[in-house]
Design a binder for this molecule. Structure first.
Ligand SMILES: [Zn+2]
Length: 406
């Protein structure tokens, strides 16, 4: 009898080859051209199988994902976890939004990277990558961010070469001094290390720099202009005729990427609406999430996606620009950004809600929309790390495997 039970248990274990099975969700995996009902099986920390019908008996834990969207874990190309005064911890901010990879946009510089790695990267379940600040001291205010003398392409490229597992590019941020030296040094470091450079709009603040065209001319194909719907310094939309500026169109044609970088100050309904009407959408959707933007604009990835859908972008396109495109921008595709079999099991399960929702911009204005994307479950590296609706929890019944002691 004992042998029989052992044999039966053995047979069951063999049949249950998967650890987690997401059943019946609408799988949206642009990299693999999938946009239909599929089951997704996870084994260990990777995606084992995506198919029309995987038997529930083959998995130890089965989650009913019907009615939900199942997408690759979202990739946030612009996040603040270190250095910046409003830095936030990724695990309790990104993971609950379905974001499994964040790219810290310029928190550490070559002098502070080791500290960032110890305090943030090593402590996070979230995959934390970084755009190394060209300023050696990182994003700690003007004393560092304006200090051209400490923007050293050689040193920066060396730290990148030694940490390619974490560093995926370079950031130039908040630079408020005259001249083009800072961006030129960032680009030179990018050339030496073979990585892209992301730049914000502050480079255009100072009157010593006379043209927006010059910045975009310096930027290479694959470099990224973030905060694209910020109208304060770079004017994507002409104030005279409401058209997308020729220099922006030309830069895009040349391969310069435009990143959303929502933040607290960089998403304006008038600019975004005019740009969207002319089809000038972000190549990559990103949050610029920090202490303020997470509380007031609540610009997490599902919020940014919802706003772009309100502007006319399809859900499929928005997921492409939140998974495949950012992975490509940091040269991590197809390692990241897909639900391909064998890939890291980083997954978001999202709900597309109907109702009336307020979507807030940075000038204190809101638009009301009727669709809102919300993350309900996150799997990171094969583990369920967020479960808002208890999808992984079997329903308790009195006849279940434990009872309340009276
Ligand atoms: Zn930022």
């Amino acid at each position: 009898m004992f042998t029989v039970i052992l044999l039966l248990l053995g047979a069951q274990a063999a049949a249950q080859q998967y650890d987690i099975l997401l059943k019946g969700g609408r799988v949206l995996d642009p990299a693999n051209n999938i946009n239909t009902i599929r089951d997704v099986a996870i084994q260990g920390n990777h995606i084992a199988r995506v198919a029309a019908a995987i038997p529930a008996s083959e998995a130890r834990k089965v989650l009913d994902a019907s009615g939900y969207l199942v997408t690759p874990g979202l990739i946030d190309l612009h996040f603040h976890s270190y250095g910046y005064s409003g830095a936030i911890f990724p695990d309790d901010t990104a993971l609950l939004a379905g974001t499994t990879t964040v790219v810290d946009a310029g928190g550490p510089g070559y002098r502070t990277f080791a500290d960032f790695k110890k305090k943030i990267v090593a402590r996070c379940q979230t995959r934390v990558l970084a755009l190394l600040n060209i300023a050696g001291g990182g994003m700690v205010g003007p004393s560092s961010e304006d200090n051209v003398a400490d923007m050293l392409p050689d040193k920066t490229a060396e730290v990148i070469r030694n940490n390619r597992d974490v560093i995926v590019g370079i950031k130039l941020a908040h630079f408020g001094k005259p001249g083009w030296d800072a961006i030129k040094r960032a680009i030179e470091a990018g050339r030496l290390a073979g990585v892209p450079v992301m730049v914000d709009q502050s480079i255009l603040t100072n009157s010593g720099r006379t043209s927006r065209e010059t910045l975009l001319d310096i930027m290479r194909p694959g470099d990224m202009k973030t905060h694209m719907y910020n109208d304060r310094q770079i004017e994507i939309i002409s104030r005279f005729n409401g058209k997308v500026q020729d220099y922006a169109l030309e830069a895009r044609k040349r391969g310069v990427l435009f990143d959303m970088g929502h933040g607290a100050g960089s998403f304006l309904w008038p600019v975004a609406t005019a740009a969207a009407r002319q089809g000038f959408y972000p190549d990559t959707i990103s949050t610029d999430l920090h202490a303020q933007s997470i509380m007031i604009q609540q610009s997490d990835m599902p919020n940014c996606i919802s706003k772009l859908m309100l502007l006319g972008m399809t859900l499929e396109d928005a997921i492409l620009r939140s998974t495949v495109n950012p992975a490509k921008a940091i040269h991590r595709f197809p390692e990241l950004g897909t639900l391909g079999e064998g890939r890291s099991a980083d997954i978001a399960v999202l709900a597309l809600r109907d109702g009336t929702f307020a979507f807030k911009d940075s000038w204190g204005k809101k638009k009301l929309g009727t669709k809102k994307l919300e993350n309900v479950l996150t799997i990171r590296n094969g583990r369920i790390v967020y479960d808002a609706e208890g999808l992984a929890f079997p329903e308790w019944t009195k006849a279940g495997n434990y009872e309340v002691i009276p």
